[in-house]
Design a protein around this ligand. Structure first.
Ligand code: GUN
Length: 281
């Protein structure tokens, strides 16, 4: 029987653990506050930002929402980040991506104080992860490690193949699986014989951004399959990068879309906020 990895239930469990921690921190007068900045009104970003605010409310973290006009200049955004960096009452700063084209994303990410970088995107956070030092870890890959661990899936010694090499998912995922003693391969759009490479995996993490691309031809029987993609298909139904109906019967465990990796990203963001409050207090 294939194990369906329930990201909704696991993220709810993590959020409840965090809520309890936050209640105890408040007794010690430790306050938590996340600043969320959105520039423009991309509809998908508005949904994500709304969900982040709701999660903060549930856990007991104060959130400051900055909904800035599409025409906000890079200097105005930098000024706001510098102000939030200085504020002692703000533990975490998150700038929702993508930003409008006239703003240099890398420069904005570098402006955030690494001790408040709850997204884990700052080069210092990424560098720390790379050499096994403390720092914030990008939320989606951190959430995938939690999904695996809390589902009783062993990583150490296993063949892990990641398809996709983005800065937000693929690269940090490779470092985290390596940290857990997996044997890691990162495949991408230029990889030759992708099907054969993917078929080596005991744990296959798919973050390619193409709906239902991964069929059972890419999957070894008994593998664990983690699907990071989220798309709307021709019938307006959500689907992932993995052809779930084709792949699920042959693997040992799989994440559904929706309700797999997605809910974990916010849970790990909340976890980073709680850690940040510890760091800054
Ligand atoms: N846009 C899509 N995913 C993310 C994320 O995890 N963090 C931020 N800041 N922007 C995003």
């Amino acid at each position: 029987m294939t194990q369906i990895i329930d990201g909704k239930a696991i993220s709810a469990q993590i959020k409840d653990e965090l809520k309890e921690k936050v209640t105890n921190m408040k007794k010690d007068d430790i306050t938590l506050c996340l600043a969320v900045i959105q520039v423009g009104n991309d509809p998908a970003s508005s949904v994500y930002v709304g969900n982040k605010k709701k999660a903060c409310e549930y856990i007991g973290i104060e959130s400051l929402a900055y909904e800035l006009d599409e025409n906000t200049t890079q200097d105005e955004l930098l000024d706001l980040i510098h102000e939030l960096n200085k504020r002692k009452d703000v533990n975490g700063i998150l700038v929702q991506l993508p930003l409008p084209k006239h703003i240099d994303e890398d420069m904005i990410i570098r402006a955030i104080d690494p001790s408040k970088d709850v997204d884990g995107f700052h080069p210092q956070s990424v560098g720390a992860l790379c050499i096994g030092q403390k720092g914030f870890v990008s939320c989606t890959p951190a959430g995938i490690i939690q999904l695996l661990k809390r589902s009783g899936i062993e990583i150490a010694g296993k063949e892990c193949v990641i398809i996709g090499r983005s800065n937000i998912v693929g690269k940090p995922m490779s470092l985290l699986l390596l940290r857990e003693n997996g044997t890691v391969t990162v495949a991408h759009s230029k990889t030759e014989n992708l099907k054969e490479v993917a078929k080596r995996a005991d744990i296959l993490v798919v973050a390619v951004g193409r709906p239902k691309m991964i069929t059972r031809e890419y999957v070894k029987e008994g593998a664990v399959v983690i699907d990071v993609g989220i798309h709307r298909n021709e019938n307006n139904k959500l689907c992932g990068d993995v052809d779930y109906d084709d792949v699920a019967p042959i693997c040992s465990a799989i994440t559904p879309v929706p309700g797999g990796v997605g809910p974990m990203t916010i849970a790990m963001l909340m976890n980073n906020c709680v850690e940040s409050a510890h760091l800054n207090s």
